[in-house]
Design a protein around this ligand. Structure first.
Ligand SMILES: [Cu+2]
Length: 70
């Protein structure tokens, strides 16, 4: 299991949090999503054999938010 904290810009309210949470949760191999709106951080636990950061980032972008790479 891999843990990543992803910096996401554009989330402004609980609806955004819900959208991102559901989108990332829908991906195969993702076991936990925790969005911190204040920190603009999306914490994800995933199975690195079944998905990767690129796919997770693409999904977040697909639903309308911006992923900032470190
Ligand atoms: Cu919102």
């Amino acid at each position: 299991m891999t843990h990543q904290d992803i910096h996401v810009e554009g989330m402004t309210c609980g609806h955004c949090v819900e959208t991102v949470t559901q989108a990332v949760n829908s991906l195969e191999g993702v076991s936990r999503v925790d969005v911190d709106l204040d920190k603009k951080q999306v914490a994800v636990d995933y199975d690195e054999n079944r998905t990767d950061l690129g796919r997770i980032s693409s999904k977040i972008i697909e639903v309308g938010f911006e992923v900032i790479s470190n």
